[in-house]
Write a protein that binds this ligand. Structure first.
Ligand code: AHR
Length: 346
């Protein structure tokens, strides 16, 4: 393991100017470094941003796992949802000669060159949460995260079971998809999950729109969809922050977020299950169903690094087990590919 020493509590704020002077063109790319013992394992973690409550919980889990008490030194960089910031952070980690690079990539494409650079520098890269689309899979050691497509299929299967239990016919569903950050593994998987199940049952997917996994975009996009279409009765939000925004838009339009879609209510479906406001909405039935997405990856990534340190090879792809939450009594289990999942209280 490399020996290193860093300065006490160095906090760097790099202002990235995108060409013109206006304040809206300035993004902040923040790196935090802490004082660490010389023989600790040095990890550079490029987090994609802070767009959601899920992301904040994930960041905290990583910071807790890579603490000095646990034998680590952590250089944390928040990429502010911009791949260019993440690439810059990785290049800086290479210059800092870290022992491991951990990357939560914002989108899947465009990583080949920088990961080649890490490989040439002999620094193992571990992916967390989302994946990268590179032709050479040896550019990263391993990945841990969710099966986003399965999450999507589970939530849609719940909707199917709900319609069966309530004698709602497939042609009466008019669904809009508030997608997550376009090109991210979470968006690609969840959008694919909806598409597959919608094709199977012949559901009408009225529109797909980018809502970037944020509450504000969720509200804005849903408000505009409600102005455009008068038949929407299901909104498939690709995370809880979007769902909270969509509910605000539904209520601002004088409509009701709820299960009674035969009588004008709009059913909200969502993912994550970590945001307390969204869980409360689910308890009240404003969100009908949440597909769990587990953010607590810190100890999982640390376990991988410990294996690599012992000269062992972790599995390449590591999926976490996840549940499905609903307060509605109509559906108690769903089955996907022969596997049964219990629907539990939010
Ligand atoms: O990649 C995981 C997704 O990213 C979470 O569902 C979402 O909340 C986050 O922004």
């Amino acid at each position: 393991m490399k020996k290193y020493k860093m300065m006490t509590c160095l906090l760097l704020s790099v202002l990235v100017l995108s060409g013109c002077e206006s304040s809206s063109s300035v993004t902040e790319n923040t790196t935090e470094t802490e004082e660490v013992a010389t023989d600790n394992i040095l990890v550079g973690f490029s987090q994609l941003g802070a767009e959601s409550d899920w992301r904040s919980a994930n960041t905290q889990s990583m910071k807790d796992a890579f603490s000095e008490e646990n034998g680590y030194g952590l250089i944390f960089n928040d990429g502010q949802q911009k791949q260019t910031n993440q690439i810059t952070a990785i290049r800086t980690f290479i210059q800092q000669d870290v022992d491991y690079i951990v990357l939560a990539p914002v989108t899947e494409s465009g990583w080949d060159s920088v990961l080649e650079e890490a490989k040439d520098a002999n620094i193992p890269v571990i992916l967390v949460d989302r994946l990268v689309d590179v032709s050479d899979k040896s550019l990263y050691q391993c990945w841990v995260g969710s099966d986003f497509e399965l999450e999507g299929i589970k939530v849609c299967q719940w909707l199917h079971e709900y319609t069966v239990a309530n004698e709602i016919s497939d042609e009466d569903l008019h669904i809009v998809d508030l997608q997550g950050t376009i090109g991210s593994t979470a968006q690609l998987g969840r959008s694919r999950g909806l598409n597959e199940v919608a094709m199977e049952y012949g559901w009408d997917v009225v529109a797909l729109r980018d809502a970037d996994f944020t509450q504000e975009k969720g509200r804005e996009v849903m408000a505009s969809l409600l102005r455009e279409y008068d038949n929407i009765n299901v909104v498939y939000c690709e995370n809880d922050n979007e769902a909270i925004g969509a509910i605000k838009a539904i209520e601002a339009a004088g409509l009701v977020a709820g299960k009674d879609i035969a009588n004008g209510e709009i059913m909200v479906l969502s993912f994550d299950g970590i945001n307390e406001e969204a869980l409360q909405y689910a308890r009240e039935g404003k969100i009908a169903c949440i597909g769990e997405c587990n953010p607590m990856h810190g100890p999982r990534v640390a376990a991988m690094i410990e294996m690599l340190n012992r000269g062992e090879e972790p599995e390449k792809f590591n999926y976490v087990d996840e549940g499905i939450f609903s307060a509605l009594p109509d559906v108690t289990t769903i089955t996907v590919d022969g596997e049964e999942y219990a629907v539990t209280a939010p």
